[in-house]
Design a protein around this ligand. Structure first.
Ligand SMILES: Cc1cn([C@H]2C[C@H](O)[C@@H](COP(=O)(O)OP(=O)(O)O[C@H]3O[C@H](C)C(=O)[C@H](O)[C@H]3O)O2)c(=O)[nH]c1=O
Length: 187
């Protein structure tokens, strides 16, 4: 039973939305971004290997769709601490009944929600406001050689970005479209 988070399931097994319970007083509030005890109950095995933060200056910016291949597959806990984004996770697990399906959730500083994304998923987001700030907890360290990416505008993925896609990095703009026999990631 989690105390610090309300857990919301999604149509994809293992992919969860965590709403942080805030402790408020006249000064403002405090909430827990990560809790190993509580997250162990819902799939986060092992330590936090790395925490990243990123800033996206302009609404419309899309970053993604990124993943690390085995043996560096990672669980991600994605949190928006300023502004608002549409966050998207795509199931790349080779034998999953929801293979290549995705879930999109709005994360914002105001709604206090984070996205818990298991191993075997690609992740990306679109900034819906200017001046978005993100915090990521990763269960595995960054390994550039294991990094992979899918095109965020691949029609086969069918992600409905709310705003015109802007400010893609050259790398993200260059991800190839999926070919018909794409097999996804092994467990
Ligand atoms: C993630 C990472 C990146 N880098 C280097 C690699 C590039 O030279 C540079 C920018 O990386 P990238 O363009 O992948 O950054 P984002 O597009 O913000 O990617 C991030 O946002 C998407 C949505 C994600 O899901 C990724 O997990 C996360 O990496 O930082 C590092 O040195 N260490 C790291 O841990």
């Amino acid at each position: 039973m989690t105390v610090r988070f309300e857990i919301e399931t999604t149509p994809i097994e293992g992919l969860l939305v965590l709403k942080r319970r805030r402790i408020t007083d006249e000064r403002g509030h405090i909430s827990r971004l990560f809790c190993s005890d509580e997250l162990a109950e819902i799939g986060w095995r092992g330590p936090v290997a790395q925490v990243n933060e990123s800033a996206s200056r302009f609404a419309g910016t899309v970053r993604g769709m990124h993943f690390q291949s085995p043996p560096f597959s990672e669980i991600k806990l994605v949190t928006c601490v300023a502004g608002c984004i549409l966050d998207v996770a795509i199931d790349l697990r080779r034998n999953s009944p929801t293979f290549l399906n995705h879930v999109a959730v709005e994360l914002s500083a105001d709604n206090a929600c984070s996205f818990l994304i298991p191993e075997g998923f690609a992740h990306g987001f679109q900034a819906l406001t200017d001046d978005v700030r993100m915090i990521y907890a990763h269960s595995a360290p960054y390994h550039a050689e294991a990094e992979g990416g899918l095109s965020p505008t691949d029609p086969r993925l069918g992600v409905a970005w709310p705003l015109p896609v802007r400010h893609l990095s050259p790398r993200d703009a260059g991800h190839p479209l999926l070919d018909a026999d794409y097999q996804g990631l092994a467990a």
